[in-house]
Structure formats: C-alpha cells, structure tokens
Design a protein around this ligand. Structure first.
Ligand code: GAL
Length: 351
C-alpha cells in the first residue's frame, strides 16, 4: 500500500441540543484536509498549505454548532432533498400535488424547515480504492420534512492525492419523490474578509429571470453585455459593483450552465494567493450567491474573529435547473420508488 493514502479521523466537535456532534476529517499527503460535521452534513473546513508554512481554510465556518442556526444563510451545509425554491411549497410528483412546509414566506427553500441541513447525520469513515472516505448517512422521513417517501440518503466525501474533493449524494426512497441536493459551500480563497478581488468564470450563456420572491419565471437573461457575463474569467467585485442598483446589490441568481468536456461549470480564483477551485458537476444549473446580505451580527465567522462582512464568501450551488414556478414541473428531479440515484459535485483545488 502506498503512503500517499488519504487518512480519516473522527473527533467530537461539540454538543447541540443534547446530541453529540462529530467532526470527520480526511487528510492527504499534500497537507490538504477536509472536515465535515454531522450537524447538517456541513463542510466545516477545506484546508490547503500556504506559502508561510501554515494552512488556510478556504471555506467559511463557525466555532459552534449553534452558530449555524443564528442566521438564515446555510453556511456550507448539506442541502436536500431539493436545493433552491419551490413556489408556494407546491410540489407535484407523478401528477400528485403535495403541500410542503414553507420556510421563506410562502416558499419552500432548500428542503424546507426540516431539510438535510437541520438533521444530525450518522458519520463514519469508510474505504474507497484504498483511501479513507467520510460517509454521512441519514434516513429522511416523510413525516419529518413533508415530502413523499422515506429517503435513505448518503453523502460520501473523498479527497484524492491530486487535491480533488468529491461529494457524492445518493438516495433511494420508499415512494416516488424528488431529489436535487447540493452543498451550500461559501468559498473565500484569499486572506481578506471579502471575495471582491476574486476572479470568476462560469460556463453559462443564460441566467433565469426571477420574480420578486426569487422564483424562476419563463424568461431568461442572455448574459452577453450584462454583469452576468462570466464566460471569460473576470473580477467578481467589478460584477458585484455593477449590480449595485439592483435590489439584491450583487448576485443571488440561477444560471443555466453548460458543463465542459470535463464537466467543469465554474472556476474561482484569488489572484493574490494564486489559489483556485474548479467546480465539476454534470447537472444543468447553479445558484450563484455573493453573500450580499451578510451582516456583522449573528455571523461570528472564525475567519474574521467573530464578525461577518457582506461578500465574505461566495456560494456556488450546482443543481438541476429549476423550471419556472408556474409550470410545477419537477419531472427532471423526480426519482422512482426504490430507484438509486446519485449526483456528484467535485472541487478541483490548486494552490
Ligand atoms: C441561496 C439563495 C439565497 C439565500 C442563500 C442563503 O441559495 O438563492 O437567496 O437564501 O442561499 O440562504
């Protein structure tokens, strides 16, 4: 067996509402490590070596479990069964309508009030091709989140010796249901408190036009000639500033993405540290959220010593592109009873 193996460990993180929360960590021979906590299957750290001989965490995190629920921003949490917004909480599976619990006015956002991110997952270290992997497992019951079918969900996290972090979301349900999970990772690849000097490239020629509840409409925005045009790598800060006259004052948008030959949909880079991440996904959509509404309070990030800043990180959430809200067409995210379905998201790191 080579010594280039990825090695996994489990430690106690803290206690949350009477339950022990564990932190599972994988480290490779390049001094790269990732950790995931069992609360919400949350990506806790993604550490890379820096030029000064230390390590730098490329994702936002908090010190305590409780902190993750002090604000509405799903910091690096596992999202499911369905990422994004379901208008009026009205889900249709096989022609049958189900009224889901709503958690953003009349909307069901990111799996609803009892989605994957609120659950305590069972975490263990497993093996894949001779390397340790993190396996998070949870039985998401219909009586808990209101969606059809009890869903056996597993998220497997691995770290390769060439610094690719893979997340594999798989599920099987006791009834026909919907599955469109994602990881709500906020990256900040630099050393500062915001991502304004990052560069972003997106393989997208259109974004969805959203209504005032951020529900997709039938209309699309052609990115050409607009701040939404990231077809060539450009300054994220300049693009955010170009959105300053919008209600959102930055991006909170759904892009229709076109995975390239290697299924890369997005590339984020910090020119200062030369650190970058390329995001791999074969699904058709991605939410880009530039953390416009982050505040100083209730966001006591480790990175900024207990305060939050607007644009402190950027979230890129791969998913199946939602249909316009009025169409109530969830066919592309429907999974059949007892069918196993899985989706991968990979982060290719350079530093
Ligand atoms: C995004 C969503 C935003 C905001 C954010 C964090 O996916 O589009 O509106 O809710 O998650 O909460």
């Amino acid at each position: 067996m080579s010594n280039n193996q990825t090695v996994g460990t489990i430690d106690k993180f803290d206690d949350y509402q009477g339950h022990q929360i564990d932190k599972l960590t994988l480290s490779n021979a390049n001094n790269v490590s990732i950790s995931v906590i069992t609360l919400g299957s949350t990506l806790y750290e993604l550490n890379v070596p820096d030029k000064e001989g230390g390590v730098r965490n490329l994702v936002l995190n908090f010190e305590h479990s409780q902190d993750y629920f002090e604000n509405p921003f799903y910091i690096c949490m596992g999202i499911g069964r369905v990422g994004g917004r379901i208008a009026d909480g009205q889900l249709v599976v096989d022609g049958k309508q189900t009224q889901l619990p709503q958690n953003e006015g009349t909307t069901t956002l990111h799996g609803g009030p009892d989605g994957f991110n609120t659950q305590i997952w069972q975490g263990e270290i497993g093996k894949q091709d001779g390397n340790d992997v993190i396996i998070m497992h949870h039985l998401q019951k219909s009586e808990d989140d209101g969606l059809p079918g009890d869903m056996d969900a597993t998220i497997t996290y691995s770290l390769s010796d060439d610094n690719v972090v893979s997340m594999n979301f798989s599920a099987k349900s006791s009834e026909d249901t919907v599955f469109n999970p994602t990881q709500h990772t906020y990256f900040n690849l630099g050393k500062t408190s915001d991502i304004m000097s990052h560069q972003l490239k997106l393989n997208a020629i259109q974004a969805l036009k959203l209504d005032d509840k951020k529900i997709p409409t039938k209309d699309r925005i052609d990115v050409e000639g607009t701040p939404y045009d990231f077809r060539k790598s450009k300054s994220l800060g300049d693009a955010i500033n170009a959105m300053s006259n919008t209600k959102e004052k930055g991006f909170d948008d759904v892009f229709a993405v076109h995975p390239d030959a290697h299924n890369i949909i997005a590339e984020l880079k910090d020119p200062d540290t030369n650190c970058s991440v390329a995001i791999e996904s074969s699904r058709s959509g991605m939410i880009l959220f530039t953390a416009n509404s982050f505040t100083k309070d209730h966001m006591n990030f480790v990175r900024t010593n207990g305060v939050g800043h607007p644009h402190e990180g950027v979230a890129m959430e791969p998913m199946i592109l939602p249909k316009p809200g009025q169409e109530k067409d969830f066919s592309e995210m429907t999974i059949k009873k007892d069918q196993s379905v899985s989706y991968a998201i990979k982060y290719h790191l350079s530093f």
